[in-house]
Write a protein that binds this ligand. Structure first.
Ligand code: MOS
Length: 752
């Protein structure tokens, strides 16, 4: 298959031994803007056939007929794959074998479980012929009434929420705390189903060579994908080669292989030629996961001084009729505010939709909408400034667990954010301010939080006798900047400049670097790289310090540092030697090292580890039309060590934009009668465009953390959403006096 363009190292903006902390631009940027970065669907090996999906137009029932002969009669069509002739799989795709295994619809029967479920695949010489063939199938159905909406199912308590979290958590007696409170509030908030809408569809180009599979496919987890496909096809994970150098967004939806990607592999096997399948936008609404809807009730009690006496959070969410993923919306409530009594409880219904999945800040995004709105409502009830109210209930240790935080610079975030925004002097009452054009102006704030996660990952590193080095691992860049940030960690780890580093990632042939998800990829892959580089440097140091001919002789491993392609004695900087000289004298062409990263169970037992932030929003609302514009957004975030301030800031901007989108735009609309989507396209599923985005500021608050992991990094990818939605909702209330508790906040909800 065609070679893939990968980022070249560039010396621009780098200093030897100090790549970490530099605001380097994305190394893959020039490749992307010049079209040289090869995304999965850009590959077209000779003989490739094109596949098109035929998807269900009903949400529940059976397919009773497909006009196969009409499709097969089309001159360009090579094959039609339906449940009648689809390859049988080595494993039931409904078998549950782990937390990252989701049930898939792979043409093994005629059942329809959700709208847009694949029911056939047409394989043809051209995309046009495949598309036309799929249309000619003209399916008929036996349709049943679907369950759509949170009120249509039977409520139950799931075994777990998110990925393996308990559905309930509590500490203290919430009812007693509410009974003894001098003030209480209770309010119910709703968040809709949302779809990831990554710009790049879940494409797959599959090619079989006997029992070996080569796959160009965007994935956030190479090893997870290998494992899932190996199980389904009854082959060894090592016989599956996946290339995934660039992703046009993932946001969780590419964390596990989607059904259509597996169908491309089945189709390629059936026809014995390479097959490319690129779902259409509407076909991404169904089999690729989504953010489940929530209805959340918060009950708060405070004493006369504004200290919480009780915090109760009940969540109703939904999964599909056939699989389990439950939006863990209570998570932020267990970490953010101190209260002698906290109770969190998730319940769920089953609906005839595709299975929900993790979607950027799963749980924290939805939960903090309700929590931050309720905090604001209580502050108003108390006549307190919302920031003062949050400070009065600042959690010095993690509530419920009682663990100390490994680091928590949230006070500094509040202070820096409030200062930069100009929070002081905010009128306590709503609807007090108008701008020169007569628009109602309001400001609001929200606290941001996201756990600092790390997964298991491995890396390989090498230093060669010419002083250059290589670091490689199966890490993933879905747009967040991993090609750049991880290379910075690699260069510093090996003590060489970026121009001397060859950095490889994005292929399943490389060491397993875990999933790019949970905002844990820089921690995971970065610490694996750091450990691999340390392994190389330790071997190099041993060669030198054991050699009487070296100026480093006798210094001992702990006594030398690597930088600028040299080892230098810590106690005497005049004594140093280049990597090249050490290797040449030892007669070695290169030294290779391995490294691993993973959670430290002892640290996890003793400490709570989270990133924090504070977001401030200003909105302007047309008093006659209810139109809402966010006019300013300021976020201040503390997430440990900053590897690349430009990329970190960009992640915060992206999160804050997502938060704005959540607050004002996004909502999947389904027809409750048919269970079909009314807006499964980018015209009617509203997302913000540049004109919707105000001047933004993201402040990087200094935070050091020697516990969280060796590099001291926390995740930055998801936290920006969490404070922003509440900040905007609170600002809309402050502007108008209307409290909208159902997201998104649209103008009709302001015009009562
Ligand atoms: Mo993220 S939802 O963990 O890709």
């Amino acid at each position: 298959m065609t070679a893939t363009a990968t980022p070249q190292t560039s010396a621009a903006g780098t200093r030897h031994g100090s790549s970490i902390g530099q605001p380097l631009t994305r190394r893959d940027g020039p490749l992307k803007v010049t079209g040289q970065a090869r995304f999965s669907a850009d590959n077209l090996p000779p003989g490739t056939l094109h596949a098109a999906l035929c998807v269900a137009r009903i949400a529940k029932g059976r397919v009773t007929g497909l006009n196969r002969s009409a499709a097969e009669a089309h001159p360009g069509v090579v094959a039609v794959m339906t449940p009648e002739n689809a390859p049988k799989l080595a494993q039931d795709p409904d078998a549950k074998a782990g937390p990252f295994i989701f049930r898939l619809d792979l043409l093994q029967n005629d059942r329809v479980r959700y709208a847009n479920q694949p029911i056939a695949v047409v394989i043809a010489e051209t995309l046009e012929a495949a598309t036309e063939g799929a249309r000619l199938l003209a399916p008929t159905y036996a349709s049943e009434t679907p369950r759509i909406g949170l009120d249509s199912g039977e409520v139950f308590t799931p075994d777990s929420v998110g990925v393996g979290a308990a559905p309930s958590e509590s500490d203290g007696d919430v009812e007693a705390g509410l009974a003894s409170a001098s003030r209480t509030i209770a309010a119910t908030y709703e968040t809709p189903a949302q779809y990831h809408n990554a710009m790049e569809p879940h494409a797959a180009l599959a090619q079989w060579d006997g029992d070996r599979l080569t796959l160009h496919m965007p994935t956030q987890g190479l090893a997870i994908s290998q494992g899932r496909l190996a199980g389904l096809f009854g082959i060894k994970p090592d016989d599956i080669h996946i290339e995934s150098p660039y992703l046009g967004g993932g946001f969780g939806s590419k964390g596990v292989p989607s059904g259509p990607q597996v169908l491309a592999c089945m189709a390629a096997r059936m026809v014995g030629r390479p097959v490319k399948l690129v779902p259409t936008r509407s076909q991404m609404y169904g089999p690729m996961g989504h953010r489940g809807p929530t209805r959340q009730t918060l009950r708060l009690g405070t004493d006369a001084a504004g200290k919480l006496t009780a915090l109760d959070h009940h969540i109703l969410t939904a999964s599909s009729s056939f699989d389990d993923f439950f939006e863990p919306a209570g998570r932020a409530t267990s970490t953010l505010y101190a209260s002698p009594a906290i109770a969190i409880r998730h319940e769920a219904v089953r609906l005839d939709t595709g299975t929900p999945l993790f979607m950027r800040a799963p749980g924290e995004a939805t939960g903090s909408v309700a929590l931050e709105s309720a905090l604001d409502e209580m502050a108003h009830e108390l006549g307190m400034d919302p920031l003062e109210f949050r400070l009065a209930n600042y959690a010095e240790v993690e509530p419920i667990t009682g663990k100390p935080f490994s680091s928590k610079a949230l006070r500094a975030c509040y202070q820096r954010g409030a200062e930069a925004f100009g929070w002081a002097g905010r009128p306590l009452q709503p609807r007090q301010t108008r701008d020169k054009d007569g628009f109602l102006v309001g400001i609001g704030m929200g606290t941001a939080t996201f756990p600092a996660l790390i997964f298991e990952g491995m890396a390989r590193a090498e230093i060669r006798a010419d002083g250059t080095g290589t670091v490689e691992l199966g890490a993933i860049d879905m747009g967040q900047g991993a090609w750049t940030a991880l290379a910075q960690i690699a260069a510093d780890g090996l003590g060489i400049g970026m121009e001397a580093l060859t950095f490889r990632m994005g292929s399943s042939d490389l060491p397993n670097a875990g999933i790019a998800g949970g905002s844990g990829h820089t921690a995971t892959a970065g610490n694996a790289i750091h450990a691999a580089a340390q392994d190389v440097i330790a071997q190099l140091a041993k060669l030198a310090t054991d050699d009487p001919a070296s100026p480093l002789y006798g210094a001992g491993n702990a006594g030398v540092a690597a930088a600028g392609g040299r080892l230098t004695r810590q106690d005497d900087s005049s004594r140093s030697e280049s990597f090249a000289d050490i290797l040449k004298r030892a007669g070695r062409a290169s030294i290779e090292g391995q490294g691993k990263a993973g959670a430290d169970p002892a640290a996890q037992k003793s400490y709570a580890m989270h990133a924090h932030g504070a977001v401030f929003a200003e909105v302007r609302v047309d008093p006659d039309l209810g139109q809402i514009r966010v006019s300013r957004l300021v976020g201040a975030f503390a997430a440990g060590r900053v590897i690349n301030p430009r990329l970190v800031q960009s992640q915060y901007y992206g999160g804050m934009i997502w938060g704005l989108s959540f607050a004002l735009h996004e909502r999947a609309e389904m027809d409750p009668r048919t269970g079909r989507f009314l807006n499964d396209n980018l015209a009617e599923y509203h997302l913000p465009v540049n004109a919707d985005i105000p001047a933004m500021e993201a402040i990087l608050v200094h935070e050091e953390d020697s516990v969280v992991n060796a590099l001291g990094v926390k995740g930055v990818g998801e936290i920006g959403i969490t404070g922003t939605v509440g900040a905007i909702a609170n600002a809309v209330w402050h502007a108008t006096g209307v409290r909208v508790r159902e997201m998104p906040i649209t103008l009709d909800k302001l015009l009562g």
